[in-house]
Design a protein. Structure first.
Length: 137
């Protein structure tokens, strides 16, 4: 249901705002690839979106997805670059801070992780507070 709603909203945004339908299709494809644990392919797909449609309505999510894939492949420094961009694009998005906190844990930066988890929690993602207790003490 969530995926169908995302597809519908993405199509609506693309039609209304004149964004390339191709970016929407690539976004859906990248999500599918992540679900199949094909992280290298998902990174390439996200990179394609970033390079060809820098005004894509879900660009912060594209950077977040690419960063998550890099983290899954233990490229934590590369993941941090992408998560920083996602936070910069959409600084009121709790998920961006949560994802960056996970990368900070990957880099053994507990103080930075705690700060990002705290921000994510303050923005409404309550499970972030549990992560502080579990991983940042």
């Amino acid at each position: 249901m969530k995926k169908a709603l995302l597809i519908f909203l993405l199509a609506l945004f693309n039609i209304h705002n004149g964004y390339s339908q191709d970016s929407g299709n690539y976004f859906i494809g990248a999500s599918r690839l992540i679900g199949e644990s094909k992280y290298e392919d998902a990174i390439a797909t996200c990179t394609h979106i970033i390079n060809t449609d820098p005004n894509f309505v879900l660009l912060n999510q594209v950077y977040g997805m690419r960063g998550n894939c890099k983290r899954m492949l233990n490229d934590c420094k590369g993941a941090l670059v992408d998560q920083d961009i996602a936070v910069r694009i959409s600084p009121r998005n709790a998920t961006n801070y949560y994802n960056r906190a996970l990368v900070n844990l990957c880099l053994d930066r507990k103080v930075a992780a705690k700060k990002d988890f705290n921000t994510a929690g303050d923005l409404g993602l309550k499970k972030a507070f549990e992560m502080i207790v579990k991983y940042c003490q």
